[in-house]
Design a protein around this ligand. Structure first.
Ligand code: FES
Ligand code: FES
Length: 163
């Protein structure tokens, strides 16, 4: 076992991990931050996306040992300080961007990363950015709408339907 330490959602944390312990398992099982989901474990679904030093990363693709000293944000860190929903979370609620919710943490984290690097994306850019995130329920329409709304833009329903 190896000791690892990192910052998660602004707090210093540490734990003992095996070399094979994935970051997603360390977050969920050791830190009990179960908002980060595991949908596939094979780097395909995007349910496990977290931010590592500001970059979106699928937490099932990296070992906990590899993020020693890193600054990590999970879905639990996306709410406002007073506990209310953050902008993107609120947009998902307002625009019905989820059904079962399994993909939602990854979608919110990916959407937040997109808006950080591109604050006014086009609808096409949102769809392209979300290519690594699978949703089995929504058909993506309202997810895209929520991210567009979080960027202060509207998505015209007829234009989307014609795509
Ligand atoms: S659980 Fe990581 S990509 Fe699916
Ligand atoms: S809301 Fe169910 S998988 Fe996306």
């Amino acid at each position: 076992m190896t000791r690892v330490s990192m910052k998660v959602n602004g707090k210093d944390v540490a734990g003992e991990v095996e070399g094979r312990t994935l970051l997603v398992d360390f977050l969920r099982e050791d830190l009990r931050l179960t908002g980060t989901h595991v949908g596939c474990d094979t780097s395909q679904c995007g349910a496990c996306v977290v931010h590592i030093d500001g970059q979106p990363v699928k937490a099932c693709t990296i070992f906990a040992m590899e993020v020693e000293g890193a600054d990590i944000t999970t879905i639990e860190g996306m709410a406002n300080e007073d506990g209310t929903l953050g902008v993107i979370q609120q947009a998902f609620q307002d625009h019905h961007g989820l059904q079962c919710g399994f993909c939602t943490p990854g979608m919110v984290m990916a959407g937040a990363a997109l808006l950080k690097e591109n604050p006014k994306p086009t609808e096409k850019e949102v769809r392209q950015y979300l290519e690594g995130n699978i949703c089995r329920c929504t058909g993506y329409h309202n997810i895209v709408k929520a991210i567009m709304a979080a960027s202060g833009q509207q998505v015209d329903p007829p234009a989307m339907a014609a795509e």
